[in-house]
Design a protein around this ligand. Structure first.
Ligand code: HEM
Length: 402
């Protein structure tokens, strides 16, 4: 077992390009001991751990794992944010988790997705219309951030008159919530954003109690036996934003970047747009938006001949597993025709991403139009600067011009 710090979540070099360190982990230390946690990096191990019911998403006393994911890297989470996050579905297990999932999943069923499709299509047209023919385009802010924000507003059925103010609130909030796992956001900034978000959502909940619809907030209120009380509803509106925003930004921005750096793949996708759904899976595999999740050992478990004890923390490196050469031939190359990309990017098992159909739809609708509008544009930001997070991977900005 290596004592060397092969991969360091605080190392800016590893954040900029984690893949050489991931390759060493898979090759030399597939079960590796970081000072704060066990680290798994091979596809089969990460997949098995995601499915293992002895490894749970909360500490032995129910604590929030975001803090342990960030062990030693950021100051502790503020009280306001901790209270907001405690009921997040992400940190529940057993019966309570199953009930919450059932209630939340209703908002992502085929009917909701069909309705969302029209809206996403309209938003994509609007955003792409704004960048078309511009002399230079900053893709992250103008499309990758704006699209998921608009989609969340639709999912929550925010009344038209509230949209501009809520959009203004959600944008910085989504980034600050993502900031819980980033190193450059302060406790008080996150706490203030959470408080403003809860105030706005409380108003919306009151409105929907009077005028229920088939939107996410109405569904959550109707499922209140699962959510227990309004506190839980408020929190789980927050988790949708936390889990769904920065990750979708990552899919769109990492995906475009991969295409820009592989001109032959970009040309192929423009020529054969029917490859888009497949290409989106390859984007998710090649440069995953969420690079790791955390689990706590609740019953001792043997992995690679070693017994992990109750209470120990494990980091499951999705970003590393997705490049495992034992799983895919030539795993480090970007190939939109790759047979069966099937990455672990949305997780597996009990906590498999509820929003996967929505994220896939956003990317599948956006890429053909974005690529068409950006014909002849080239990347002007090299080297690309990333958000300061070893967990949520997305470039800070991507400038393009002709
Ligand atoms: C869970 C990734 C988009 C809502 C997860 C997990 C991953 C993930 C890896 C599992 C976490 C774990 O096992 O600990 C992604 C990626 C996305 C994306 C890469 C975009 C490309 C979304 C969207 C939404 C969403 C758009 C909702 C609007 C959720 C929720 C969970 C979750 C609620 C928790 C499920 C549970 O605990 O049972 N996501 N996600 N995600 N995601 Fe996503």
């Amino acid at each position: 077992m290596s004592d060397e710090l092969i991969w360091d979540p605080a190392d800016p070099g590893h954040i900029a390009d984690p893949y050489p360190a991931y390759a060493r982990l898979r090759r030399e230390a597939p079960l590796w001991r970081h000072p704060y946690a066990w680290v798994l990096s091979r596809y089969d191990d990460v997949e098995a751990a995601l499915r293992d019911r002895r490894l749970l998403n909360h500490g032995l006393q129910g604590e929030n794992l975001l803090e342990r994911l960030m062990a030693g890297l950021t100051p502790p989470i503020g009280e306001r944010t901790r209270a907001h996050q405690r009921p997040w579905i992400l940190f529940q297990s057993g019966q309570h988790h199953t009930m919450m999932r059932r209630a939340l999943s209703k908002g992502f069923g085929p009917r909701s997705m069909e309705r969302a499709r029209h809206h996403v299509g309209r938003v994509v047209d609007d955003l792409v219309g704004r960048i078309r023919d511009e002399p230079s385009v900053e893709f992250v802010e103008s499309v990758a951030v704006s699209l998921p924000i608009a989609v969340i507003c639709e999912l929550f059925a925010v009344p038209a008159e509230l949209r501009p103010s809520l959009r203004n609130l959600l944008n910085p909030l989504a980034r600050t919530m993502g900031g819980v796992v980033m190193t450059d956001v302060s406790i008080s900034e996150v706490d203030a954003a959470v408080a403003a978000f809860e105030d706005a959502m409380r108003e919306l909940i009151t409105f929907r109690r009077r005028r229920p619809g088939d939107d996410m907030i109405s569904l959550m209120i109707q499922g209140e036996e699962a959510f227990v009380d309004e506190r839980d509803v408020l929190s789980n509106l927050g988790v949708l934003l936390f889990a769904g925003h920065e990750t979708t930004v990552g899919l769109l921005a990492n995906g475009l970047l991969a295409l820009l750096r592989h001109p032959e793949q970009r040309a192929l996708l423009l020529r054969e747009p029917e490859l888009v759904p497949h290409a989106v899976e390859e984007m998710l595999r090649y440069d995953a938006p969420a690079h790791r999740v955390a689990r706590v050992v609740h019953e001792p478990v043997e992995i690679r001949g070693r017994r992990l004890e109750r209470g120990e923390l494990v980091w499951l490196m999705i970003g590393a597993a997705n490049r495992d050469e034992d799983r895919w031939e030539d795993a480090s190359s970007f190939d939109i025709r790759r047979p069966s990309p099937q990455p672990l990017s949305f997780g597996k098992g009990a906590h498999f991403c509820i929003g996967a159909p929505l994220a896939r739809m956003e990317a599948q609708l956006a890429f053909p139009k974005v690529l068409d509008a950006l014909r002849g544009y080239e990347l002007r930001t090299e080297p690309v600067a990333y958000n300061p997070s070893a967990t949520l991977r997305a470039p800070r900005e991507l400038w393009l011009s002709r």
